[in-house]
Write a protein that binds this ligand. Sequence first.
Ligand SMILES: N[C@@H](CCC(=O)N[C@@H](CS)C(=O)NCC(=O)O)C(=O)O
Length: 208
Amino acid sequence: MKLYDAQAPNPRRARIFIAEKGLDIPTQELSIMDGENLTPEYKAKSRFGLIPALELDDGMVLTEVPAICRYLESKHPEPNLMGRDPLEIAQIEMWERYCEMSGSQAVGEYFRNGFSKLDDRGLPGITGIPRIEALIDRGKRRLASFYEVIEQRLGESEYLASGRFTLTDITGLCAVDFAQMVKLGIPEANRNTKRWHAACSARPSAAA
Ligand SMILES: N[C@@H](CCC(=O)N[C@@H](CS)C(=O)NCC(=O)O)C(=O)O
């Protein structure tokens, strides 16, 4: 088994999940900046051109973090990170999708459209997509709404999906750390989010 990896928020979601599971999976690092995810060789393995991707021993390749995690969770059920009963499973999936689509993607929109080194790469995994200046501000507004929603949620629940740390918190943490990296960190007044962020960051897996 091998994880195609990169120094970027989505591969980090997979790395943290793998660390929480206590698994030892070899990695091969690719450079997104140098377009190593866009080569015919990589796309022959992982046709979306995205990272991470998990290559199984028989050559089959899985992409999309929740799918990779679902596979690993099925193979290694403990510690459980994706839910123990129908309601918890659904809540984890609901909040996890929200964190990726409204958190990580909002930061990505802000970052990619304002970063000249990604000219012609306005979307991940493909080329020929010009940057759009208006999306810089839209990304910032989407992120502000994400921060508002999770602040409220974390006022009623210790962690994002349930009362315990799950895959959702991994995706949430990677989104918030990505936002911090581009100087759009947690708003000063958001005490619940800061409490949750400190708890997630204190786990050894956060270093992955
Ligand atoms: N929905 C995908 C997102 C994967 C993704 O967008 N990965 C980024 C790195 S954070 C990537 O591959 N970027 C390649 C590029 O920018 O061309 C998942 O869950 O794995």
